[in-house]
Design a protein around this ligand. Structure first.
Ligand code: ADP
Ligand code: MG
Length: 682
């Protein structure tokens, strides 16, 4: 161990002599840069220090409270030799910040053995507080008006033992204006979701950040952080009340990791395996059946999950418009059809994924929240922000909190979450694909009612944000039941999959992260297929009165789906086959949910909240109105129309509603004579 007195000297020598490969001095260069950019933080790469003297480097890690101040003195001296004026100006705020300590300690393993030592951890920022001024030096005046400065390092405010001039203990008063402050912020970091052992509470630490690195990280950011672990008492007016302390990290340096999700490690051998799978003729079937291999059947759902995991790349147009690349999928289904199981699998196999329940377990829920803790305002990230650039599997989607409903509209289309509350206004990135599941309100899905009647607790505009919606019905069918029963029994008997998946779990994870790097482009054949289908769908879904046709959103969804399939097969080009697969999935959705329960025609109004048979009701009502008008087109009294409607088995409520719909859809209008209605005829 090095003697403290020698430390400053050694650090100064290190700063002055360290040179890069070409021989130019690294830290002298950085210090000149600091001076010209008016910076206050000298960032030192730990590797350079190790190279210079590993004893010195280790002293820094083991005794940071002695070594860091020496390092600061050394930095100050070195700076003074460059520019004494500037050095004196920033002396108080000059910081040495250490980055690149090898052996990052997982948050879970940070324990008391690290107390008061310097270490590097990785984690995710889950909350950040507002900035508060923290006093570093307090100025005290004695009754005779003399100023005495007292440096502060602990939480309780320290008074000087005696006045500098009177040389005796006096009754001091704080002079706030002469005191010195520094920016202060609290972060909370938590284990990365994908590193969290299942069923465990995520480990987290509150981190104190000071100086020019405040606001360097936002909630949802993945960071590498250098800091010193502390045990802090809970103060009650300067007195320590219990022997139970809190742990906390004093942050020395925080680096936000690259914006790209760190990819799962894919070795050369893995790459060969991955390419081998993609080259096999039944590659796609293999991939689909490797999703949730413990679950029998549900192939379309598994295919949808696979494509959601792959996603497509988001496109930014020259004018800055962003086209979303994520695919959002919703499963509505009877209880016990393995929805939750499939969601859990998806969250685990995704290179970055979180499984959550719509009820949410934290204040931040699915979006973000502003909370006040010990009188400090904090912005806390919720599930979709934490899963930025990954997937969020949200079970019991219909049970989500009202705040989340509004936030998700924005999240699912704009890929951001905005929060404006308690004086905090912030926009956080949430480029997250949503895989959601919910149960029908009455327990079971009623096929004679439309989607929104079945899940009426779900906010309707949200439904339009889903690229694919599937209904999973649990219908007893002797042959299928037998298969499922034997499947489940054999899984339990063997304590393993009934049949091993074609691609095992960890390879599939690597496969997905490998595939996500590809950005395929549409081939002319794929374009033709998608266009034909869309135009046909548009034709089939229009023509009837009140029927709402497919919108360009549908076309965009299909492009995303086809592109994701090409990605999964490691192709640079979206082929006709990809387009056909997208058509098939879209068709399944049209049949499952977008077909009017009464007319049996595709109606995209259903996704926008049109209840069962409204189309039919509107059509019937219009016929009644026309009949009443007769060929001379006499205005019809509203009351007469209503009576007729009631005769045709409309309820009072329904009749009122259908008349309103007529006006809204521009099929009828109130004639100049009050209380009379006329149809609009072309
Ligand atoms: P849900 O969320 O749809 O209500 P769960 O995911 O909780 O249903 O599934 C209930 C149980 O039934 C799980 O243990 C699941 O493994 C089993 N199960 C249901 N359907 C299947 C299936 N097709 N194959 C294998 N297991 C199934
Ligand atoms: Mg469930």
């Amino acid at each position: 161990m090095l003697a403290s007195s020698k430390l400053s000297e050694l650090f100064e020598d290190f700063l002055k002599t360290s040179a890069d490969r070409s021989g130019s001095p690294i830290y002298r260069g950085r210090i000149s840069q600091l001076i010209s950019s008016e910076g206050k933080s000298l960032v030192v790469d730990f590797g350079d220090l190790l190279k210079y003297d590993d004893d010195l480097a280790n002293t820094l890690l083991l005794r940071p409270d002695t070594a860091l101040p020496s390092f600061r003195t050394a930095a100050f001296e070195t700076m003074r030799s460059e520019n004494a004026l500037y050095a004196d100006r920033v002396k108080r705020d000059l910081m040495v910040r250490i980055r690149g300590i090898p052996d990052q300690v997982p948050l879970r393993r940070v324990d008391t053995s690290y107390l008061d030592k310097m270490l590097s951890v990785t984690g995710m920022v889950v909350r950040t507080s507002e900035l508060r001024p923290l006093m570093t030096t307090a100025a005290w005046t004695c009754p005779s008006g003399h100023l005495t400065y007292q440096d502060q390092d602990d939480l309780p405010l320290k008074r000087p033992p005696k006045c500098d001039l009177c040389d005796e203990a006096r009754n001091f008063e704080l002079d706030r204006k002469q005191s010195k402050f520094i920016d202060f912020q609290i972060l909370r970091i938590q284990e990365l979701p994908e590193e969290l052992p299942p069923g465990q509470l995520p480990q987290f630490f509150d981190v104190n950040v000071e100086g020019d690195i405040v606001n360097a990280a936002r909630p949802g950011d993945r960071v590498v952080l250098t800091g010193i672990v502390r045990a802090v008492p809970d103060y009650t007016v300067g007195q320590i009340k219990t022997r139970l302390f809190r742990s906390q990290i004093d942050c020395n340096q925080v680096d936000v990791k690259g914006k790209e999700p760190e990819q799962v490690q894919v070795t050369k051998e893995d790459e060969t395996l991955i390419k081998g799978i993609a080259a096999s003729p039944d590659a796609y079937e293999k991939l689909v059946s490797s999703i949730a291999p413990a679950i029998l059947g549900h192939l379309s759902e598994k295919e949808a999950i696979l494509l959601l995991l792959a996603g497509s790349s988001s496109t930014v147009l020259p004018d800055g418009t962003k086209l979303r690349g994520d695919i959002n999928v919703l499963f509505v289904g009877d209880p016990g059809v393995a929805k939750s199981e499939m969601l859990k699998f998806a969250a685990q196999v995704a290179p970055r994924g979180i499984f959550a329940s719509g009820r949410g377990s934290t204040a931040a829920g699915l979006s973000a929240a502003v909370i006040r803790e010990k009188n400090v305002l904090m912005l806390e990230a919720g599930v979709t922000v934490l899963a930025d650039q990954g997937i969020a599997a949200i079970d019991e989607f219909d049970k989500m909190k009202p705040e989340d409903r509004t936030a998700l509209h924005e999240q699912m289309e704009q890929n951001t979450v905005t929060i404006a509350k308690g004086g905090i206004y912030a926009t956080l990135n949430a480029r997250t694909a949503i895989l959601a599941a919910c149960n029908p309100i009455l327990g079971r899905y009623n096929p004679y009612q439309n989607l929104t009647d079945n899940i009426s607790t779900l906010p309707i505009p949200l439904l339009t944000r889903f690229d694919l919606i599937f209904v999973i019905k649990d219908q007893p069918q002797p042959s299928e039941d037998e298969k499922l029963a034997s499947h489940i029994l054999s899984v339990h008997a063997r304590k393993s999959y009934a049949a091993p998946p074609p691609i095992e779990f960890s390879l599939l994870k690597k496969y997905i992260s490998y595939a996500k790097k590809i950005s395929p482009t549409l081939s002319p054949e794929a374009v033709a297929r998608l266009k034909d289908y869309y135009l046909d769908l548009r034709k089939r879904s229009s023509g009837e009165e009140g029927q709402i046709p497919a919108t360009p959103r549908t076309l965009e969804s299909m492009i995303r789906i086809a592109t994701a399939r090409a990605r999964m097969l490691l192709r640079e080009e979206v082929t006709e086959d990809d387009a056909l697969a997208a058509v098939a999935l879209m068709n399944r959705m049209v049949e499952d949910v977008l077909t009017d329960a009464t007319t049996k025609k595709p109606d995209f109004g259903i996704q926008m909240g049109k209840p069962a048979g409204e189309t039919t009701k509107l059509k019937a009502a219009m016929e009644i109105l026309r009949a009443l008008e007769g060929s001379e087109r006499k205005p019809v009294e509203r009351k007469t129309l209503k009576d007729e409607l009631m005769k045709a088995k409309f309820t009072d409520e329904d009749a009122e509603k259908v008349i309103r719909t007529m006006f809204r859809e521009g099929l009828a209008y109130e004639s100049p004579k009050p209380g009379f209605i006329r149809t609009v005829r072309s």
